[in-house]
Design a protein around this ligand. Structure first.
Ligand code: GUN
Length: 285
């Protein structure tokens, strides 16, 4: 069984980004600059944003984190985003989700300039992915494809099953697997007889947000299992994935652990996206 090391793969990708940043900064005269906005004190968001700051430090990307109070109005947040859109010295803009309920996430995402949308969430970037025109790719699905590559798994001709249909992970991951010539089945927590689908998977991507929902009996021997879950084990309170790792790992050809699998790749791909946005902007000028 191959344990897919997301932490090491992410470190290698960040090192590649660091070298490219160093080289490009010497030509452009400044490093790439990522602006991150956090609204409120959601504990998970605090951790995610801190990890983004650390990754910027490691890669030599300049980071500005803007923390706004929970009561910030939608109008004020949109104005802040527009200010960053106009700032020629900002290359990437990320607004940490989820946002407080009184703020429309879709309005915020639509307001971020497409060319600075390092998350790849803007409707025009989403359209670009689905229509195969230039776009920024969303970080987590991009990270998943890179992990398959390091595990030596070519999706071409394979049956891939994706559980989860979110805009952030499930839908774009299914599209990227399709573009890599897998045959893709899209499932979700309400799929009837889910185990019948998952047992057919040669590549199983799980992004359902349900602790340990994938048990050993749902996985066929030799499958490649990618666990995007970030859950708490209801018994131990420890961080765990959507896959029952102990049960599934012995059957799998390759599997990602939680933590240390997909999570670190999302952030490394965010650094790569920031570099790409900066290069596109500065080289176009
Ligand atoms: N919240 C959880 N994951 C993400 C992400 O990838 N981007 C943003 N902006 N917010 C998130």
């Amino acid at each position: 069984m191959i344990l897919i090391d997301g932490k090491a793969t992410a470190a290698a990708l960040k090192e590649e980004v660091r070298i490219k940043v160093l080289d490009a900064a010497a030509r452009v005269g400044r490093a790439p600059h990522l602006a991150v906005i956090r609204v409120g004190e959601d504990p998970a968001s605090v951790v995610y944003v801190r990890n983004k700051e650390k990754a910027c430090d490691v890669t030599g990307i300049r980071n500005t984190t803007i923390v706004l109070p929970e009561e910030t109005t939608e109008e004020a947040l949109l104005a802040k985003v527009q200010e960053l859109n106009r700032d020629p010295l900002v290359d990437g803009i990320l607004v940490q989700l989820p946002l407080p309920r009184h703020i429309s996430e879709s309005k915020v995402i639509e307001t971020i300039a497409m060319e600075k949308d390092v998350d790849g969430f803007h409707p025009l970037n989403v359209a670009g992915l689905w229509q195969k025109t230039p776009h920024v790719s969303p970080c987590t699905p991009k990270g998943i494809m890179k992990l398959l590559e390091v595990a030596g798994v070519d999706p071409k001709g394979k049956r891939a099953v994706v559980i989860g249909r979110s805009n952030i992970v499930g839908l774009p991951a299914a599209k990227m697997l399709l573009d890599a010539n897998a045959t893709v089945t899209m499932c979700h927590t309400r799929t009837a007889n889910l185990a019948d689908e998952t047992r057919r998977a040669e590549i199983l991507v799980v992004a359902a947000g349900k602790a340990k929902m994938i048990t050993a009996d749902m996985v066929s021997p030799g499958a490649v299992v990618i666990d995007v879950g970030m859950d708490r084990d209801p018994e131990t309170g420890k961080l765990c994935g959507d896959v029952d790792f102990e049960g599934v790992a012995p059957k799998a050809y390759a599997i990602t652990p939680v933590p240390g699998g997909v999570g670190p790749m999302t952030i490394a791909c965010l650094m790569e996206n920031t570099l790409e946005c900066y290069l596109r902007r500065t080289e176009a000028r």
